[in-house]
Write a protein that binds this ligand. Structure first.
Ligand code: KIV
Length: 280
């Protein structure tokens, strides 16, 4: 039995067992209907702190709060039955100490019903990840480009080129040794992602990394063409819902102005027609 109560729901050990196997399909979701769509096709649904940028219009993930993660985690939970639900720990909720991280991770799990949390950082988070893992909190790590450190990096730059490769390799290893069940590798060179994937015993989940990773993750609004403020090279658009929505709203506006909407099929008579059923 899993956290959701669904008999065949995906568990943390199921994800770990996929190391070197069929690639793990992971996608973000922040609302009930999108989580329900994602979970039909994905092993992992992540309520990423990218929610701040894609749904709330924030300039980075730094302004995301515990309250936002809890609200969106609860919404996603209502849509997810079988996939593993992971919720991001927002900036400032875990870096201070292992006990701060435990308090906030436990709150995320208790209030959203997620099965695991994700936090950013490698070597510097070793002690924190070990502290959480030893207390029953499954942790997904995140190394390479860690967006919460965008100011320290001076932008959303590729990490781990040249001599920096060694540091990212050490970060991934530290996360695995500390007891994380999987690790996201973001925006690192293909060759580095391949060697990390070969060297560490837990699944690597790539985003702008390598097809050799044990799984892939992307932001759902990116792949659907709903978030268009910028488009990293690693994003593949599988739909253009943003432009479809734009066209649909334009037609709605035109029809309202021309009094073509609503028409008689959308309005109510004084009394329902006898025998006829009126929809809500
Ligand atoms: O916040 C997020 O959505 C993420 C993933 C895309 C890895 O961290």
């Amino acid at each position: 039995m899993s956290a959701t109560g669904a008999a065949d729901a995906t568990t943390v050990p199921d994800i770990m067992a996929r190391k070197g196997g069929t690639p793990l399909v992971c996608l973000t979701a922040y609302t009930t209907p999108v989580a329900a769509l994602a979970e039909k096709h994905c092993d992992v649904v992540l309520v990423g702190d990218s929610v701040g940028m894609v749904l709330h219009g924030l300039p980075s993930t730094l302004g995301v709060t515990m309250e936002m993660m809890i609200l969106h985690g609860q919404a996603a939970r209502r849509g997810v039955e079988n996939a593993l639900l992971v919720v991001d720990m927002p900036f400032g909720s875990y870096e201070e100490s292992p006990s701060q991280a435990f308090r906030n991770a436990a709150r995320l799990m208790a209030e959203t019903g997620c099965a695991a949390v994700k936090l950013e950082g490698g070597e510097s988070m070793r002690e924190t990840i070990a502290f959480l893992a030893a207390r029953g909190i499954p942790v997904m790590g995140h190394v390479g480009l860690t967006p919460q450190a965008v100011n320290a990096f001076g932008g959303y730059k590729v990490q781990g080129r040249g001599e920096a490769a060694e540091r990212i390799g050490r970060d991934a290893l530290a996360v695995a040794e500390a007891g994380a069940f999987a690790v996201v590798l973001e925006k690192v060179p293909d060759s580095l992602a391949r060697s990390i994937t070969a060297e560490i015993p837990i699944p690597t989940i790539g985003i702008g990394a390598s097809p050799a990773c044990d799984g892939q993750i992307l932001v759902v609004d990116d792949i659907l063409g709903m978030f268009t403020a910028f488009r990293p090279k690693f994003v593949k658009r599988y739909a253009e819902l943003g432009s479809e929505a734009d066209a649909a709203i334009a037609v709605y506006a035109e029809e309202v102005r021309a009094r073509r909407f609503p028409d008689e099929s959308h309005v109510f008579a004084d009394a329902p027609k006898s025998g006829g059923k009126e929809t809500a």
